[in-house]
Write a protein that binds this ligand. Sequence first.
Ligand SMILES: Nc1nc2c(ncn2[C@@H]2O[C@H](COP(=O)(O)OP(=O)(O)OP(=O)(O)O)[C@@H](O)[C@H]2O)c(=O)[nH]1
Ligand SMILES: [Mg+2]
Length: 455
Amino acid sequence: MFNWFRRQMGINEEASSQRSSQQEKTKQPEAKPIESEETEAKDLQQKQEELNWAKTAYQNIQEQKTAEETKARSEVQTPEKTIPTPSSRESLSEDKSESLEPLKESGISTSTPPEKETPEVQFDEDFVWSSKVLASQGRTPEDVSEEEISWLKRLRQGLGKTRKGLVNQLRTTIGHGLDEEAASDIEAILLQADVGIEATEYIIDTLGNKLRDESLSSQQAIAYLKTIIQQILDEPLKALENPGFAPEKDNLNIWLLTGVNGAGKTTTIGKLANLAQKAGYSCIIAAADTFRAAAVEQVKTWGQRAKTEVIANPGKNTDPAAVVFDAIAAAQARHAELLLVDTAGRLQNKKNLMEELAKIRRIIDRKAPNAKVESLLVLDATMGQNGLRQAEVFSEAAKLSGVVLTKLDGSAKGGVALAIARQLNLPIRFIGAGEGIEDLRPFSSYEFVEALIEG
Ligand SMILES: Nc1nc2c(ncn2[C@@H]2O[C@H](COP(=O)(O)OP(=O)(O)OP(=O)(O)O)[C@@H](O)[C@H]2O)c(=O)[nH]1
Ligand SMILES: [Mg+2]
């Protein structure tokens, strides 16, 4: 089982320097015909290497799965269950050849993947892209997991709408240097993706300075742009003692999830419980959204899905702080390591909200003074700048320590991640890209930027 909390992520210096060295590599002197041929040959060779890496990773994943299935089959007494009928085998291989069709055109061999009964991860363009992202973080094809690949694919698809608007335009605009017209074009593009005024100005200024000093090709300018964006995303981590996000082992960690109604708090709780349980943490959920009757039922359903106990108070109009009190007692009695607290987003007014969150916080400080408390703001990416304005109210009400960005699938406003980092000075901790239990993962600035900007 894959442990997302212990995943080695190439954030900060490591990945940034990877990117700078890529930028150095692509730096070429003024194009003379012979050199441009050389460059082309090098590009081709690099593509071939990336492809080989991806193929090896794919083969490894398939072999791992085959080994697991064989093991499972030898343990189970009824082998008929796992062997597909000839007709289902036929239909699967048909599916496969169809989906690999575009790859044949791009020269990707389709004969390598061994025959599989359930090809969950397909060897397609997204697979090759995901492999490239992992390879550039220093990974080897032998230690790549199917879970990581399928998440990267989902992240890339989730940011698809934002990317399409952003990149094609950027490429043509940046290609002509950064005169005033280009700068105002880029400004418009970034604002449209909800990057926000502050981050946009910073990007334009930094990029402008660089382009004034050096002449960069559009490819190099985009590589530099990626570095700037990653820096913006990583900046809030610098102020933290411990930039990691994993719950402390053998201690009680309490994560308070706040945010306006519909942002995705309850869903996120379910997904986080699932991640934590799979990573070996013992986890408990507190159903402290007592404002809505249905809220408790909803969080209980998520608790069942994630195989996590939910502490709730069955009475009507119960005090959320009392539920948190009970949940801390339960967590302490069971030596739980992570307590996830669901809170209400729909309160009558700001004063009400502030009072309720402050009261919960007081209970936590009193009852669990040694607990490591995180106050996470859940933000719906489709809300863009509006979400940020609501966030300001919450940052007054709760001492926020990070953000969970949800609904990245279906949003053309993925740029809001930059506005969050710049305007709220909060690190993004998790990112949601779908309604399913597996559709939430820890945030990696490096991977986010790669998925946001291609090329
Ligand atoms: N597409 C998509 N939908 C999501 C995501 N996260 C949550 N949702 C959906 O958003 C809706 C609201 O989610 P909830 O978890 O109930 O939101 P909440 O913040 O708890 O809302 P209140 O309890 O009313 O304050 C649900 O239909 C979820 O399925 C996501 O990452 N992607
Ligand atoms: Mg809820």
